[in-house]
Write a protein that binds this ligand. Structure first.
Ligand code: G6P
Length: 367
């Protein structure tokens, strides 16, 4: 049956708002709520013997992989190599025995990612695929299929498939840690508990839709926008910049907060809004000092943080967006919402074609 927009103006908007439901659905198929444990689909290789993970993807799916790199390293202490598919397939990558190659794709058909998957398969790697279209080529060719249950995604700019990818990847990283004996039963229960909080936190983030819509006019006139984040929120800054570029056609760059002084700081003046993704926590103070560097040069800051972070550093910002206080593990899922909504509302102010942005395709099946 054809997918309808219902009461929404655009598919993208509908898909942003579906996230609490589809993330819950996806988590439901990877987490056992009876005993708060991780339960992966059946497969016939020993996940505890994986010595290296190679992640390959494109676009938004690539940023999900970047977030997952932090998780695999943190929980499962396994080295992770990650690359965009178009580079990976032509650089003759070193693939050692005992490696897991992990492909992330909404469509399961992106030409470069599929070619990379086939290359790794020929090289004897174990192939896992996080895919949203269960009948796709990647889904069929993987040894371990890890489906996202986001449902059909129509908007060209990926939203709900992304947060579902993050949900699956977090479960996979935790499972790998458990099988390697690096995560105790108690820690597993804790991690699962935090993941299960994600849908409610996504809802709480969506509650700020009106605030974000009313500040979109501050960003819409900009020619350049900078996004900053640290740790797993650094890929979220990249994703925020990508979303804005894709649908509002404003030039945007994502940067690791601490790397800003090595280049983009030269761009900052009062015409360049700087969107800072900074949940309160151990790295918060560092990010605040990066914000000071921006402010000292007249930069206009939009701070996205929780109540504690906004209290500490919200003063003097051009605007703030309040997020619920969340466990660091689920922060990337939750902070996806404000960057999606911001891009969406800026695009609406500019009157662009949100669901079918110029020059872009939903699924890129040519090189
Ligand atoms: C296109 C889409 C993006 C998507 C990327 C990767 O560029 O416009 O939204 O992230 O392809 O697609 P995939 O289906 O492999 O996730």
């Amino acid at each position: 049956a054809a997918v309808e927009k219902g009461n929404y103006r655009h598919f993208m908007q509908k898909e942003i708002f579906e996230q609490p439901t589809v993330v819950a659905q996806t988590l439901g198929s990877y987490l056992r709520q009876s005993d708060n444990s991780v339960a992966l689909p059946q497969f016939d290789f020993d996940i505890s013997s994986i010595r290296r993970v190679t992640i390959v993807a494109c676009g938004t799916s690539y940023y999900a992989g970047m977030v997952a790199k932090y998780w695999f390293e943190q929980f499962a202490r396994v080295p992770v190599d990650i690359d965009v598919a178009s580079e990976f397939r032509y650089r003759d990558p070193v693939l050692e025995d005992g490696g897991l190659s992990l492909f992330i794709s909404q469509s399961g058909e992106t030409a470069d990612t599929l070619a990379a998957l086939r290359h790794c398969k020929e090289q004897g790697q174990t192939i896992a695929a996080v895919v949203n279209v269960p009948t796709s080529s990647m889904a069929r060719e993987a040894d371990l299929l890890l489906p996202t249950h986001a449902g059909p995604e129509i908007g060209v700019a990926s939203t709900k498939a992304f947060t579902c990818q993050l949900a699956v990847l977090a479960a996979l990283a935790a499972h790998m840690a458990v099988t390697k004996g690096l995560m105790s039963r108690e820690e597993e229960q804790e991690v699962v508990g935090h993941l299960l909080e994600a849908p409610a936190c996504l809802n709480a983030a969506l509650d700020h839709d009106d605030d974000i819509a009313s500040m979109a006019h501050l960003i819409a006139p900009a020619r350049d926008v900078l996004y900053l984040g640290r740790g797993p929120d650094y890929p979220m800054a990249l994703e925020g910049a990508l979303k804005l570029k894709e649908i509002s056609y404003i030039h945007a760059e994502g940067y690791a907060s601490g790397e800003m002084k090595h280049g983009p700081i030269a761009l900052i003046d009062d015409d360049v809004p700087v969107i800072v993704l900074a949940p309160s926590g151990p790295l918060f103070e560092k990010t605040v000092s990066n914000m000071e560097e921006v402010r000292a040069r007249g930069g206009q800051i939009v701070l996205i943080s929780d109540a504690k972070g906004l209290e500490e550093a919200g003063e003097g910002c051009m605007a703030t967006i309040e997020m619920p206080k969340v466990h660091p593990l689920i922060a990337p899922l939750v902070y996806a919402v404000p960057v999606q909504l911001l891009a969406y509302h800026v695009a609406c102010v500019k009157g662009t074609d949100v669901d079918q942005p110029r020059n872009l395709a939903k699924s890129v099946t040519v090189e």
